[in-house]
Every structure is written in C-alpha cells, then in structure tokens.
Write a protein that binds this ligand. Structure first.
Ligand SMILES: O=C(O)CCC(=O)C(=O)O
Length: 208
C-alpha cells in the first residue's frame, strides 16, 4: 500500500524556483566517472509533484524474467526529443541544465524519462543506462527527484563498494563521464514506510 505524500516533508505550494547550478558539488569516482549533487535545486515543487501524478499518462510495464513475465515495479513515461513535456517546469529545468552543462557535455539534454515510485516496494535494479551511446561514450544523465526521499546507490561495474546518495524533494544528481558504462546505479526497495517519489531523468540524444 502506498503512503500518501507527507506535506510536512515537503515545501509548501509556493512557486517553483531553481537554485544556482554553480552550487552543485562534484565527486570524482574511479574509472573516469563522476557525480554532481545539488540538494534542493528545485524549491516549491509540491504542486509540480501533484500535477505530474495527475497529468502524466503513467504506463505500467511488464518484462520477461527467467521463465516468467513480471511487472516492472514502478510506473514509467518516456518523452522523446520533440515530444512536449507534461509541465513547463520540466522544460525550464532541461533548459537550465543544458545551459549549465552544455560546454562540458558538448550538446544539450533532449529527452525526459519519468519514473513514479508509488511506495517503498517500487524500485529499479542495478543497471547502467547503456542501451545507446552511453555504452561506448562518456555522457551525462541529470536526475531531478521530487517527493519522498529514496536511496540511490552507485557501484563500480564488476564489483566494489557501493556509494549511497539520499535523493530528496527537489534534489539534483547528475551522473557524468564514463558512469553509465563503468558504474551501475539502483534504487532499492525499502521496508520503511515510504511515500511516493517521481524521478525525472534528462538525457542527451541517443542515450537510454
Ligand atoms: O529513480 C531514479 O532516479 C533512477 C532511475 C533510473 O535509473 C532509470 O530509470 O534508469
């Protein structure tokens, strides 16, 4: 059963505002990967959260696993490059991220993948986003998290200690460099009572 979004955890229903991306703190990881973290990049995102819950045509997916087909434990919606985003705030966020990272990335963020974790039983298993160019090229994926805080873990591909980030309401986490091919990330299930969370991932063209 899902736990409703706790107003007290969040930040009221004021206007959504972006902080300065210059405040993002970078951690350089092994093998040419890095992570930028900026807690509370987005403030006043409660209304955005509610709008996305209501307005995004969330899709429940199923995938083969061994000899069965199982539910993907979260709801999804992918916005391709020229598809209108479900909220103008997401377009503003993508533009601000592109402005800030374009020189280093060499291009703009184009697509938006949205994931809706309804409660602590929704999750994503260890993986790298390496269906596309991320398999062979350095790239960036910028994740804006809204709603209940969740752990986002990173570990080196092939083994090693994991690093834990707690991504909360309005936080930004950017994975860069070789991260998608040399590291894996996951959002594990939790038994703790956990409210809903939406992850918004901005990626460049051809990265999935
Ligand atoms: O929930 C997140 O922020 C991560 C999502 C993710 O890894 C993915 O959809 O590939």
């Amino acid at each position: 059963m899902s736990t409703p979004l706790q107003g007290s955890l969040l930040d009221g229903f004021g206007d959504t505002e972006f902080g300065s991306l210059r405040a993002a703190r970078r951690t350089v990881l092994e093998h040419g990967a890095w992570v930028d973290v900026l807690p509370g990049w987005l403030s006043g995102a409660d209304a955005l959260f509610e709008r996305l819950v209501d307005d995004v045509p969330w899709q429940a997916e199923r995938r083969p696993m061994y000899d069965r087909v199982v539910d993907v434990p979260r709801l999804l919606k992918f916005y391709a490059e020229h598809e209108p985003l479900p909220d103008p705030i997401l377009a503003d966020a993508r533009e601000a991220l592109s402005e800030h990272y374009r020189r280093e990335l060499g291009e703009s963020f184009r697509t938006a993948g949205l994931c809706y974790y309804r409660d602590g039983q929704d999750s994503v298993a260890w993986h790298g986003d390496n269906f596309g160019r991320g398999a062979t090229q350095d790239t960036m994926i910028a994740i804006v998290s809204i709603g209940a805080p969740r752990a986002l873990l990173l570990r080196p591909r092939g083994g090693g200690e994991s690093i834990r980030y707690q991504v909360g309401h309005g936080d930004l986490l950017v994975m860069g460099g070789s991260c998608q091919r040399t590291w894996e990330h996951a959002v594990p299930k939790t038994r703790k009572p956990t409210g809903p969370r939406i992850s918004i991932q901005f990626r460049p063209r051809g990265v999935r």
